[in-house]
Ligand binder design. Structure first.
Ligand SMILES: O=C(O)[C@@H](O)C(=O)CO
Ligand code: MG
Length: 253
C-alpha cells in the first residue's frame, strides 16, 4: 500500500493547527501536508511534525493563507517579481519544514502569454532550487474559476518542455474526475510523471469512499504499479474527521 498523508488544511480542523499533527498520527497517517503554512512559525510546525513522528509531505507556494484571494502568480504575465519573491519565501519555510514537495501555484491567467510565462517561471524555479521537488497541479474550473492550469495534458507538456528532473505532476484525483470525467484514465496516461497524489470523494469533495472513484481499487493499482510517492487525503470531512476514516487502509500490526 502507498503511504498516506493527511492534509491538515482540510482535515482535523476541529483542532488548532499544531494539535492536528498528533491527531493525524493517532488516526494512522504517516505524513501531513499544509497548503499554505505561512501563518505559523515554520519551526513550530516542524517540531509538531517531528513530535508526532510524521513526514512533512507537501506545501504550496504562497498566497500566504487559504482565505480566498489569489492562487499564486507563476502564470501571470507581469507578476514575475512577485512570483520570485514568493518562491524564495516558500524556500525559506521549506528550509525548516523540509517538505518532500513544493506545489508551485499558477494563479489566474489565460492564453499563450500566460503559458509562456508559466514555462519560464517553472524553469527559473527548478534551477533556483535544484534539490527541491516541485509539482504543478491542474485544478478544476468549477472550484477554481480562471485558474490557469486546468488541463492535465497541458501540465504534462509544460513538464516535458521545462525538462527539469525536479519538476513533476501533482495528480489530484478529485480534480481529474471533475475535469475529465475519468480520473483513472488520467492516472494511467500520466503515471510516469506523477510525483504526488491527492484524493477526495466526487462529486462532493468529502471522504474518498462511495463516490464516483473506486479508491480501494485505485490503492491496489498504485501498489501494483510500484508507485513510491504519497497519497494525501485532501477533502472536507462530512462530520468529525475521525468518524470518516473507514476508507484509510491500516498497516498490518
Ligand atoms: O486541490 C487543491 O485545491 C489543492 O491541492 C491546492 O493546492 C489548491 O490550492
Ligand atoms: Mg489538490
Amino acid at each position: 500500500m502507498p503511504r498516506f498523508a493527511a492534509n491538515l488544511t482540510m482535515l482535523f480542523t476541529e483542532l488548532p493547527m499544531l494539535e492536528r499533527f498528533a491527531a493525524a498520527a493517532k488516526a494512522g497517517f504517516q505524513g501531513v501536508e499544509i497548503l499554505f503554512p505561512y501563518d505559523i512559525a515554520a519551526r513550530d510546525l516542524s517540531r509538531a511534525a517531528i513530535a508526532a513522528g510524521l513526514d512533512f509531505v507537501l506545501m504550496n507556494t504562497p498566497p500566504p493563507n487559504w482565505a480566498g484571494g489569489p492562487r499564486g502568480f507563476a502564470a501571470e504575465p507581469g507578476r514575475e517579481e512577485r512570483f520570485r519573491s514568493d518562491f524564495d519565501r516558500a524556500l525559506r519555510f521549506a528550509g525548516v519544514l523540509r517538505p518532500r514537495h513544493i506545489h508551485v501555484m499558477a494563479g489566474h491567467a489565460q492564453g499563450r502569454e500566460a503559458r509562456d510565462t508559466f514555462a519560464r517561471n517553472l524553469r527559473w524555479a527548478a534551477e533556483r532550487a535544484p534539490h527541491v521537488n516541485l509539482t504543478i497541479e491542474p485544478l478544476n474550473p468549477v472550484d477554481q474559476p480562471g485558474y490557469f492550469l486546468a488541463d492535465f495534458d497541458l501540465a504534462a507538456e509544460l513538464i516535458a518542455e521545462t525538462g527539469a528532473p525536479n519538476l513533476g505532476l501533482q495528480f489530484d484525483a478529485y480534480h481529474a474526475q471533475r475535469i475529465t470525467g475519468d480520473a483513472m484514465a488520467v492516472w494511467r496516461r500520466h503515471a510516469g510523471i506523477i510525483r504526488h497524489i491527492q484524493i477526495a470523494g466526487v462529486p462532493g469533495r468529502h471522504e474518498p469512499s462511495g463516490g464516483m472513484i473506486d479508491y480501494q481499487g485505485f490503492f491496489a493499482a498504485l501498489d501494483r504499479s510500484g508507485y513510491k510517492g504519497w497519497v494525501s487525503a485532501e477533502y472536507n470531512p462530512a462530520g468529525l474527521t475521525t468518524e470518516g476514516l473507514g476508507w484509510l487502509p491500516r498497516s498490518p500490526a
